[in-house]
Design a protein around this ligand. Structure first.
Ligand SMILES: [Zn+2]
Length: 309
């Protein structure tokens, strides 16, 4: 019997605090954790706190003079714990001092030198089919997820409302996954972040946003589970956390803690720990699962969390 073809779905949920995820226990994510592998790490950057400053916002902000815990001696990453740096790190497998996105202004991105992992996969293996579905328009407009991706859908959550944009993204991604079965797909959902900015991550509205995204995730999983001859790995991650009052950019544990959940659909790994999974490891993990070798010349910071299951 021929081996099933490995395929990878990466789902990003913006501003999803891992402790809130555990406490709220949405059914689909909880099931992925229970039968998969997961862990947390802290972003190696953040804007230094300013006493008495206004609450954190999603504004471009300032470039910080010093990161709290440089990942390596002599390397200081100056960046806010914002969405632009987080998703660009997930996309490229490199930290902000390399890909150049240090806040949400995308002033000088280096996506030609550090393209997203879907574009890397396509470039290395033109036979692979890639797809990205984004409800935050900036990720498409600035090419954090670039034009080499075979099928790219970009909506503007600010214009449509995030609930509507996420719903349309989930609908389209579900249909595309079911009908086309791309080898590598990325789906971005943003309402959790929007709600946390407005109300903080401890309110019923945040729980509702998380449960809505969890239900979308469940539909995406059902779409790929039904496809014969394919073995799907799902990776779920976020770009940053939030302070209790809502907002991010700074250096607190609540803002810097991120997570990766990995699950091979149909297998039961029993919820084993992933040791300190970093955002930059997501892309290399996806590439390794697809059999795309990582070239040292790419100067990635991430490494595969595992090469196979
Ligand atoms: Zn964000």
């Amino acid at each position: 019997m021929p081996l099933n073809k490995n395929k990878v779905l990466v789902v990003g949920m913006d501003g999803l605090r891992f402790d809130r995820l555990v406490a709220l226990a949405p059914p689909v994510l909880s099931s992925l954790m229970a039968t998969g592998a997961y862990g947390t790490s802290r972003l190696p950057y953040g804007e230094a706190a300013v006493p008495g400053a206004a609450p954190r916002t999603e504004s471009p902000g300032e470039v910080v003079p010093k990161a709290p815990e440089p990942p390596a001696a002599g390397r200081v990453i100056r960046s806010r714990t914002d969405s632009g740096p987080g998703w660009s790190s997930i996309a490229t497998g490199a930290w902000p001092d390399k890909h150049g996105v240090v806040d949400n202004s995308f002033t000088s991105p280096q996506f030609t030198k550090f393209p997203d992992f879907l574009s890397r996969a396509k470039n290395a293996r033109p036979d692979l089919v890639t797809a990205a579905f984004l409800s935050w328009a900036a990720l498409g407009e600035h090419n954090a997820f670039g034009p080499a991706i075979d099928h790219r859908m970009v909506l503007d959550g600010y214009a449509l409302t995030w609930t509507a944009a996420d719903r349309q993204i989930a609908d389209a991604a579900e249909r595309h996954l079911a009908e086309t079965g791309p080898d590598l797909a990325f789906v971005y959902l943003g309402d959790t972040d929007e709600v946390a900015h407005a109300l903080g991550p401890h309110c019923p509205e945040y729980a509702a946003a998380l449960h809505a995204q969890d239900a979308y995730l469940g539909r995406l999983l059902d779409a790929v589970r039904g496809r014969p001859g394919e073995s799907w790995t799902v990776l779920v991650t976020t770009d940053h956390g939030h302070v209790d009052e809502g907002g991010h950019g700074g250096t607190s544990a609540e803002e810097r803690t991120v997570f990766v959940i990995a699950n091979r659909l149909g297998a039961d790994l029993g919820g084993r720990p992933l040791a300190e999974p970093r955002l930059v490891d997501v892309g290399p993990t996806a590439l390794a699962l697809l059999g795309v070798p990582l070239d040292p010349a790419w100067e990635l910071d991430g490494t595969p969390l595992f090469n196979s299951w």
